[in-house]
Design a binder for this molecule. Structure first.
Ligand code: RIB
Ligand code: CA
Length: 325
């Protein structure tokens, strides 16, 4: 095959697409060093059924056939918070109206899918959650032994030594299911946490997405189109015409780890009261340390994003040819 998958990093992205999720997923699809086995989807930016539909649309847009599995529609314990349609749009892609994908999700639970795939590729799969962690906590309940088979997790979430974004204390993904996040941080597996400590400094503006459209008119054009709604939201809260590249930063931490610096600490999550969703560093905890990103070369990370996504159309055409070869 033209795109041999040997020597690639194998991953499953757990996602609530979502505008920055879409940017992260198209980055992963366009990156020749990654092999995305599947997208498991979760509530958060949109409802669970919208997340699954949007994941299928992204896969079809990029001609990147993979498994899409619809996950949890509500948190483990607390009631469902309303979706952040004001940030990502009513259908999850800004002002774009609802679209109907060709395909349908696999008729499986995310528990069964994640357990089977991570055991079949034992020690190889990187789990990359970029939404609430409900599916991941549910997997731990379903298959506690899975911690030995997952290579590591690279999670977009949390605000450890930085303020939150849905409250002074909490970042959205953790806040949307704090009980799940606490269970994930308590488990005995390796976690890299790419949170607001670094993603607040990684932003793109309309000129960046215009350049992306030039480089990749189809997929770059789509990302430019949906970025507008996201930039408008950020302008309303941080008074700058930029959007923060939360989810793409997690994928870039997988491909370009050297662009980040980390501090390792056990973490717990506040699950009630006004600080619900706060990720608390605590060395007295009997938990494996989480590698928390505390520094990032924002300029290089942004350049990587634009460079790789600028090749998205070309990579799609290669995959289309590959099928014909
Ligand atoms: O706080 C940012 C996170 O919440 C990102 O994953 C974004 O997509 C939303 O899910
Ligand atoms: Ca997300």
């Amino acid at each position: 095959s033209v795109l041999s998958r040997k020597g690639l990093k194998t991953l499953i992205i757990d996602t609530d697409p979502g505008i920055d999720d879409a940017m992260a997923i198209h980055y992963a699809f366009a990156h020749a060093g990654l092999d995305v086995l599947g997208l498991t989807t979760i509530f958060g930016n949109v409802f669970a059924w919208q997340a699954a539909r949007n994941a299928l649309l992204l896969s079809e847009q990029a001609h990147y056939p993979l498994d899409v599995i619809e996950g949890a529609s509500c948190p483990l314990t607390q009631p469902l918070n309303p979706p952040s349609h004001h940030v990502h749009g009513k259908e999850g892609f800004g002002d774009l109206p609802a679209q109907t994908p060709q395909g349908t999700p696999l008729a499986k639970t995310t528990d069964a899918y994640l357990s089977e795939v991570c055991r079949a590729h034992s020690g190889e799969v990187i789990l990359c959650p970029v939404g609430p962690l409900t599916n991941i906590a549910s997997l731990l309940r379903y298959d506690p032994g899975i911690v030995k088979h997952v290579k590591k997790l690279v999670i977009m979430g949390g605000a450890v030594w930085a303020p939150g974004n849905v409250s002074a204390y909490a970042e959205a993904n953790i806040w949307n299911d704090p009980h799940a996040a606490d269970a994930v941080f308590a488990a005995d597996w390796d976690i890299d946490l790419i949170g607001l400590d670094v993603t607040q400094t990684i932003d793109c503006d309309d000129a960046d997405f215009k350049a992306l459209r030039q480089a990749a008119p189809e997929i770059g054009g789509f990302l430019h189109e949906i970025s507008g709604f996201y930039i408008k939201f950020y302008h309303s809260v941080i008074d700058r015409h930029v959007c923060l590249m939360h989810d793409p930063s997690a994928l870039i931490a997988i491909t370009d780890d050297e662009l980040f610096t980390y501090r390792t600490t056990p973490l717990s999550v506040v699950c009630s009261g006004e600080q619900t969703g706060r990720t608390v560093p605590d060395d007295s905890l009997d938990r494996r340390g989480v590698r928390v990103a505390v520094g990032a070369d924002a300029a290089k990370i942004k350049a990587r994003f634009l460079d790789i996504c600028g090749q998205a159309d070309k990579m799609k055409q290669l995959r289309e040819m590959d099928v014909m070869l």
